[in-house]
Design a protein around this ligand. Structure first.
Ligand code: FAD
Ligand code: SF4
Length: 495
């Protein structure tokens, strides 16, 4: 335990943010992390609980939080890094975008305010990059069984990194221009600078992982190609099928899925959007975002930066309470009102409303027709019923509508079906405890198997599935694998 009196002497200190008027003028990171001195003091608030719920119940990666806090408090940054990397492949991602599930179950949060665990994690990994203690560590020995990972989001990257460290040659395929999945094409730059993603990809390349970008598996490479060259395949293609709003007027121009909008803005900033091609631009427009979650908040921050005239974010559920709701007692993740950095920048949030249709002129959306709704409990454990509030209809001016109502799964993947994988009733790929689908040697990880979730859960799942793949290969699961180098030589003929 760093400082036995720390939790009594020191208050929780949050990271700060760049002034709103400044950050709305660019897409750079909005958060100003705590200084290392502040982080050391904050780490001293950790009580080193006998049963650390943050570690076992909060963090899906089971980060060794009290031990890391102790090392940081004593200035043992390298020791803290080693502990952090023993459970988390990419702390620089989670430390920026994780909602900090751990902090919701911090014991100190019962009577005081939780330890700033995410900020400690950020300080440890950034200290390591800044001082050069983190560097490429290629495996000492290479095995012969090569693995193909399809999808370079956090799940696929975690699978690749974990297997590479165990000596398996790994090639990552992705149809996007650059690796990262939603980390790169989805999460706005103001939450996660893409230089952070690039820094990690360079490190992984230096450690021997191959990235084959611009390759859609099923179109550019066949199942036969993958099966013949790799001893195991891991699909981590995400869950990108968006929930649609099937109401009159949906066909009007100016109504887009959130991901069409967010990915485009990422690509514009990366210089990947072809000059002169049309864009979804909120400048001067009245924007309506349908969906009150994080993706909607990312649309809000993006629209404000593009110069929207006004932005309204609509949510069908009631406004959550300001404090932890009774039905999510500690150490559960608290159901309560959350404000992202984008909500502090502008826009209006409306709760308990739904949209029943759109009106337009000349084929373009101009209005959204909404109504207020009421949620009535129907009994213990049952889903409340929703009814429209009579006479509460309203019309919102809308030149641009963004649908951010979540994702319904991965969608049926013909490649996986051809390989012999099966899907469950929710559209997710069926797999066993090791992550293997109904097709021997074909694994699945991340949102594709779990449904749309969080970066931390994608990494945790990727690590678990990588262990399953390693066990499968070590048990001689396949004798068809060929050496990575041989696959590389044949690369020219694969597209
Ligand atoms: C807008 C947005 C913001 C988010 N913000 C946060 C946040 O702040 N914090 C947080 O914790 N979580 C956030 N999430 C959730 C989080 O990003 C996802 O849970 C996570 O990225 C899932 O990782 P994944 O690796 O399973 O899939 P993805 O990140 O979706 O990556 C899948 C990859 O597979 C590739 N692919 C798919 N099919 C093929 C194919 N046939 N051939 C080749 N490549 C293929 C895709 O191009 C993509 O690169 C956000 C999600 C969205 C949509
Ligand atoms: S990954 Fe997320 S839940 Fe785990 S320790 Fe870091 S901030 Fe907390």
């Amino acid at each position: 335990m760093g400082n036995p009196l720390g939790f009594l002497e020191t208050d929780r200190r949050e990271a700060s943010y760049r002034p709103v008027e400044q950050r709305l003028g660019d897409f750079e990171a909005v958060e100003i992390p705590l200084t290392e001195e502040e982080v050391v003091e904050q780490a001293g608030r950790c009580m080193d609980c006998g049963t650390p719920f943050c570690h076992g119940c909060g963090c899906p990666l089971n980060n060794l939080i009290p031990e890391i806090n102790d090392r940081v408090y004593h200035g043992r940054w390298k020791a803290a890094l080693d502990l952090l990397l023993s459970t988390n492949n990419f702390p620089e991602f989670t430390a920026r975008v994780c909602p900090a599930l751990c902090e919701g179950s911090c014991v100190l949060g019962l009577g005081h305010q939780a330890v700033t665990i995410r900020q400690v994690e950020l300080a440890v990994i950034e200290h390591a990059f800044r001082t050069g203690i983190i560097r490429a560590r290629p495996p000492a020995e290479r095995r012969s069984q090569a693995v193909a990972v399809i999808g370079s989001g956090p799940a696929g990257l975690a699978v690749a990194d974990t297997l590479n460290r165990r000596g398996f040659p790994v090639t990552v395929f992705d149809n996007a221009a650059r690796p990262g999945g939603i980390l790169r094409y989805g999460i706005p730059d103001f939450k996660l600078e893409k230089s952070v993603v690039e820094r990690r990809i360079r490190l992984m390349e230096d450690e021997g992982i191959r990235f084959e970008m611009g390759v859609r598996v099923g179109r550019d490479v066949s199942c036969h190609f993958l099966r013949s060259r790799f001893a195991a395949l891991c699909f981590s293609g995400g869950a990108r099928t968006p929930r649609d709003l099937r109401v009159p007027g949906r066909e009007l121009k100016g109504i887009y899925f959130a991901m069409e909008y967010l990915v485009q803005q990422n690509r514009v900033l990366a210089g990947e959007w072809p000059i002169g091609s049309s864009r979804i631009d909120a400048a001067g427009k009245r924007v309506v975002i349908i969906g009150g979650g994080d993706t909607g908040a990312d649309c809000l921050g993006t629209a404000l930066r593009q110069g929207a005239a006004e932005v309204t974010q609509l949510e069908i559920l009631p406004e959550p309470p300001r404090q932890r709701a009774e039905h999510t007692p500690w150490p559960m993740w608290p159901h309560m009102l959350r404000e992202s950095s984008s909500h502090k920048e502008g826009g209006l949030r409306r709760w308990s409303v739904t949209v029943k249709g759109f009106g337009g002129a000349d084929g373009h959306v101009r209005e959204a027709f909404g109504v207020e709704v009421e949620w009535k409990p129907v009994g213990e454990g049952a889903t409340p019923t929703m009814t429209e509030r009579a006479g509460s209809d309203f019309t919102l001016p809308a030149d641009l509508v963004l649908l951010a109502m979540g994702f319904v799964g991965a969608g049926r993947d013909p490649v996986l079906e051809e390989l012999g994988a099966c899907f469950d009733g929710r559209g997710l790929v069926r797999r066993d405890a090791a992550g293997m689908t109904d097709a021997p040697g074909v694994f699945v990880a991340g949102d594709m198997a779990q449904g749309a979730s969080l970066v931390v859960r994608a990494i945790a799942d990727g690590r678990r599935v990588a262990e399953g793949i390693a066990r499968y290969l070590e048990a001689g699961g396949s004798d068809e694998g060929v050496r990575h180098e041989a696959a590389a030589e044949r690369e020219a003929g694969m597209r």
